[in-house]
Design a protein around this ligand. Structure first.
Ligand code: GLA
Length: 391
């Protein structure tokens, strides 16, 4: 049975009513890593792995959840949102918290959710939960919230309630993603541009390292601080700058001596990554995936050596693809310290490359690699509408 059907069936079994069903996708990011919180550019796409929500309203103030992948329930009252040690309920309560803070009026609801986005693989299952619920509640209660505000609500749920200071990329592409297109987001103006990414002979392939190092969160916050520290030093020479988006390599070099070497390296990476992304978009306009892929390798090098958010497992996965003319590009994806690499591979080579990587990686780290051949599909949407969705 397909996942949305399973979710719907579970909902009817638990709550004895017909729900609305929503689909909320995971994401990949082609290029532009650790640039979103520096007011820069990113180039993500929503994919064919998703979380599905079955939901209907209640007459009281209770919010009742069943997480089908974990086989766990969690209930709370709209009047009593308390951080949960369980983990997953916070992504949901965070959204309700944001809606309340913005004075939206709504009742309690019943919800079953679950899907096939692997957790901890860097495919943004958390943003899918947050943005998916925000979208679903907006629809269920006719709240009239526009798309950009939904993005903001989902991001703030994570920043304020979950306590993770993520940028805007994941929630943005979840809501704005389109079938067969990558999305260039300008994280300063929040404007976007779609680029078709639909090639007959090339696929986006993810190799999941199956590691997620506990450093990830502290190091993420540390990188954000280092970037701000860099901006403050550059400001002493160039008071007009607001973020690394306004800085070019020459300006950075002039102030190099005033900053710690690690701060210099972080800033250099971000500045170069923004211009790499713009070049990558030019390559896309020319349908030149070889140039695009070469830029991905450069991004990995920067993330590994200058931004220092890679790890030996990810470096090895990238290394294994080099010198194979059928692999155009490969790099670690997302926050770092684990998760997946993203690769552009000719279709007829995917099986061989994947087998080779699985064998070598197992031999070196005694770990398995999962291969996901992804398709770019649409952003969060409603997939079935039934009447009488009130308990
Ligand atoms: C995580 C964050 C994003 C972004 C990436 C790094 O996925 O949620 O906002 O900062 O890391 O590019």
């Amino acid at each position: 049975m397909e996942i949305p059907k399973i979710i719907e069936k579970k909902f009817i079994e638990i709550f004895h009513s017909d729900p609305l069903i929503f689909r909320s996708p995971g994401r990949v990011n082609l290029i532009g890593e650790h640039t979103d919180y520096n007011n820069g550019f990113v180039l993500p796409a929503s994919i064919d792995k998703a979380i599905y929500f079955a939901i209907s309203s209640r007459r009281d103030k209770m919010c009742k959840f069943f997480a089908s992948d974990m086989n766990e329930s969690f209930d709370f009252s709209l009047d009593n949102l308390i951080y949960s040690k369980k983990g997953w309920p916070n992504y949901l309560m965070g959204v309700v918290d944001q809606l309340k803070k913005r004075n939206y009026k709504f009742s309690g609801f019943n919800c079953v959710f679950g899907g096939d986005i692997p957790i901890g693989a860097g495919l943004s299952s958390s943003a899918a939960v947050e943005a998916g619920l925000a979208f679903a509640l907006n629809n269920l209660f006719n709240l009239g919230i526009n798309k950009l505000s939904l993005v903001n609500i989902a991001q703030m749920a994570e920043n304020e309630f979950v306590g993770v200071n993520c940028g805007i990329m994941d929630q943005y592409v979840n809501i704005f993603g389109e079938n067969g297109k990558v999305l260039r987001i300008d994280c300063r103006s929040l404007e976007n541009e779609y680029f078709p990414f639909d090639y007959k002979n090339i696929s986006i392939v993810l190799f999941n390292s199956n590691v997620s190092h506990s450093l990830a969160l502290t190091e993420y916050n540390q990188r954000r601080k280092e970037c701000i520290a860099g901006v403050n030093i550059i400001k002493s020479e160039y008071p007009q700058i607001v973020s690394l988006r306004d800085v070019c390599v020459d300006m950075l070099k002039e102030t190099e001596k005033k900053m710690e070497h690690s701060v210099y390296k972080r800033c250099k990476y971000v500045i170069e990554e923004n211009s790499r992304l713009l070049n990558a978009c030019d390559a896309l306009r020319n349908h030149d995936l070889k140039t695009f892929g070469a830029l991905m390798y450069k991004t990995h090098e920067g993330l590994s050596k200058e931004y220092e958010v890679s790890c030996k497992e990810l470096d090895y996965l990238v290394e294994l693809t080099k010198d194979n003319p059928k692999v155009y590009g490969s790099r670690m994806m997302g926050g770092g310290f684990g998760g997946c690499t993203i690769n552009l591979i000719e279709n007829d080579a995917i099986e061989d490359v994947s087998k080779y990587i699985i064998r070598k990686y197992k031999h070196k780290f005694d770990l398995n690699v999962n291969t996901y051949v992804t398709k770019i599909s649409g952003g969060t949407n409603i997939i079935s509408i039934k009447e009488n969705a009130t308990a």
